[in-house]
Design a protein around this ligand. Structure first.
Ligand code: ARG
Length: 257
């Protein structure tokens, strides 16, 4: 056979391989990179080299139902949205609160967790009993978070200090360098029960109604399937089982209610 015939076979073989790859890709067999946070207990955190948390397990169930193959990519929360923008990851599940400003830049799934913000102060603080007692007080929280935006809007506040990692804000409170921390309810609760036990207390009521959703690049084709899967885990009891395991008791509202 002449070299010309071989190369013609070669080309058609490549074309067949390419076609197979396209078909496999459409079948959802590609591996989707999903950003998670390494320090947002009890939702997503890394401990002893393992990814743990309510969101890690919830995502596992969602992905199973949505037929999405994935790889988790742990990072700092400040890197999450950048990683979506740059294409390093396509999706993220990391206690991401849905709000209007973020919706302009990203796509969100249906919410899967209802929550809010709370005030944490030192156990022996007798002045701060709620939001109305924050006049001329110094608040610590996480930079770029919804809590940072919320705290900055409280009338009469002296200063809001933002830290890249929430652990630093908690440390400032333990050291009494700040008067209070405002942050996501469940994360504050976790800190108060573990590292901060005996040193801090939650005061007042839940401040800002927020809900968490999966965040994605606006071009992502997965949001529809993820929404169907969220509805399915709510319907078949999987959501309630995971909720009971991580938070105890029953959720006030199931996703979609
Ligand atoms: N829910 C808050 C927000 O979206 C704080 C989240 C901080 N942690 C995280 N993994 N994103 O701003």
């Amino acid at each position: 056979m002449s070299a010309g015939v071989w190369s013609r076979y070669g080309i058609s073989l490549l074309a067949v391989l390419a076609a197979i790859q396209i078909v496999v890709g459409c079948g959802g067999k590609e591996i989707v990179k999903v950003g998670i946070e390494s320090n947002f207990r009890p939702f997503t955190y890394t401990e002893g080299g393992e990814n743990k948390g309510f969101e890690i397990e919830l995502w596992q169930e969602i992905a199973k139902k949505a037929n999405i193959k994935y790889e988790l990519v742990p990072m700092k929360s400040s890197e999450l949205t950048k990683a979506i923008k740059s294409g390093e990851v396509e999706l993220a599940i990391a206690g991401m609160t849905v709000n209007k400003a973020r919706k302009e830049n990203f796509a969100f799934s249906d919410p899967y967790f209802q929550t809010g913000l709370v005030i944490l102060t030192a156990s022996d603080n007798k002045e701060i009993k709620g939001k109305d007692d924050l006049d001329r007080k110094v608040i610590a929280t996480k930079l770029g978070s919804t809590a940072y935006i919320y705290a900055s809007g409280i009338q009469g506040i002296k200063e809001v200090r933002g830290y890249p990692d929430i652990s630093e804000a908690y440390n400032q409170l333990i050291n009494k360098s700040v008067d209070a921390v405002i942050f996501d309810e469940r994360n504050v609760h976790d800190f108060q029960q573990n590292t901060g036990k005996g040193k801090v207390k939650i005061v007042g009521e839940v401040l800002n109604k927020e809900s968490y959703a999966v965040v994605a690049d606006k071009k992502s084709k997965y949001i529809g399937r993820i929404n169907q899967a969220i509805a399915a885990v709510a319907k078949d009891g999987t959501y309630e089982t995971l909720y009971a395991k991580w938070f105890g008791g029953q959720p006030a509202k199931l996703p979609g209610q």
